[in-house]
Design a binder for this molecule. Structure first.
Ligand code: OSB
Ligand code: MG
Length: 362
């Protein structure tokens, strides 16, 4: 098992009301089994805990001191067995997800099948959406124009109390063919509810995470009076959270990020629950490299995924992706790989240039 800590500059700053992301620190993972089959994973925690509580440092610590010692030299016949082996390690979902992914990759390689087929994916081509998180109105308008011309099927805009709903409404009206999502990253509170309600008339297909992650009662109240469906991101860290959203009606849609829920195994359980409850899912992004993106793409091939996800091409955030082959969006669509496993691997020649720390465990 090898952990790599890398730090890569973004081509353009990613701005939300909580954080500006200028460079991406990430932990990359490789796991080798007894036969020499290598599985890859990527931990999507950020440098600081602005999105969820995990950070690169906490995830490295959890991987090095808890997850890896619990799994080294153990045998598994199915990735679902990892959960029992990690039972004594609470939460730390992004650290666990990186490992869960590497094991799913190995499992699919051993079956000699593409991962998306192993998990029951039905769609070989995935519709791509892009996130515009620009700091100025001018930059935002330019990015939207480029996204429309490139053929993206959906544009997600970041909103907060500092966003003008009238401006949003006029932008959406300029592009009647385009699907627009709003993402608030929990920016609103009971006191600013009226401000959120002003976005109901903009024409957004959905509003992602209007309130902070634990405000599910408030979210249910607001959802009752607003017509725009809420899609919950930060609030959904487990199957129980998804069931809670469905029961309370605190949201109508789930944004799936496998890192947030602890990996593909947990994501599949949530997916199956959502299919039964007829709750649509779409796949969110984490400003990640091609390995995490490839796992997102495999998940997006499932029948319960109903909207285009955060699937910009590798060249949107990076000069060069650390994974190979890079993600390529063509006419707003991405073709899934037919290689066994997740279909991508770490590109060591490029990875080396951005390496901060590497550690081998055997
Ligand atoms: O809230 O969806 C979010 C990026 C980092 C952390 C949280 C979020 C995001 C995005 C997606 O908005 C960006 C992407 O396409 O990777
Ligand atoms: Mg979000």
């Amino acid at each position: 098992m090898t952990l790599y800590h890398v730090c890569v500059p973004l081509k353009q700053t990613f701005s939300t009301h909580l954080q500006e992301v200028v460079e991406r620190d990430s932990i990359l993972l490789e796991v080798m089994d007894v036969d020499g089959t290598i599985g890859v994973g990527e931990c999507v925690a950020f440098t600081s805990p602005w999105y969820t509580e995990e950070t690169v440092d906490t995830a490295w610590n959890t991987l090095e001191n808890w997850i890896i010692p619990a799994l080294l030299n153990q045998s598994f016949s199915h990735p679902d067995q990892l959960d029992a082996a990690l039972e004594k390690i609470k939460r730390n979902h992004m650290a666990k997800a990186a490992f869960n992914h590497a094991i799913w990759d190995i499992y699919a390689k051993k079956l000699n099948q593409p991962l998306w087929q192993v998990i029951g994916g039905t769609r070989p081509v995935i519709n791509a959406g892009i996130v515009v998180a620009a700091a100025t109105e001018k930059a935002m308008m330019e990015e939207i124009e480029t996204a429309v011309k490139t053929g993206y099927k959906r544009i997600k805009l970041k909103i907060s109390q500092n966003t003008d709903p009238k401006l949003m409404k006029s932008i959406i009206a300029q592009y009647p063919q385009m699907l627009f999502f709003a993402d608030a990253n929990g920016a609103f509170t009971e006191r600013t509810l009226d401000y959120l309600i002003a976005f109901d008339e903009c024409g957004f297909a959905l509003i992602e995470q209007p309130f902070s992650e634990h405000h599910n009662r408030l979210s249910a109240e607001a959802q009752r009076i607003m017509k725009t469906p809420f899609a919950l991101d930060e609030s959904i860290a487990s199957l129980a959270d998804a069931q809670d959203m469905i029961e309370r009606k605190s949201g109508k849609i789930i944004v799936m990020k496998q890192g947030r829920v602890g990996g593909l195994t947990a994501a599949l359980q949530i997916h199956n629950q959502c299919v039964i409850a007829e709750v649509p899912i779409w796949v969110g992004g984490m400003i990640e490299f091609g390995v995490s993106k490839a796992f997102n793409l495999a998940f997006a091939s499932l029948p319960g995924v109903k909207f285009p996800g955060d699937f910009s091409s590798s060249t949107h955030f990076w000069e060069k992706d650390l994974a190979t082959p890079p993600i390529d969006v063509y006419d707003g669509k991405i073709e899934l790989s037919n290689l066994p496993g997740v279909g991508v691997s770490w590109n060591h020649a490029i990875l080396q240039k951005f390496e901060v720390q590497t550690k081998l465990f055997k």
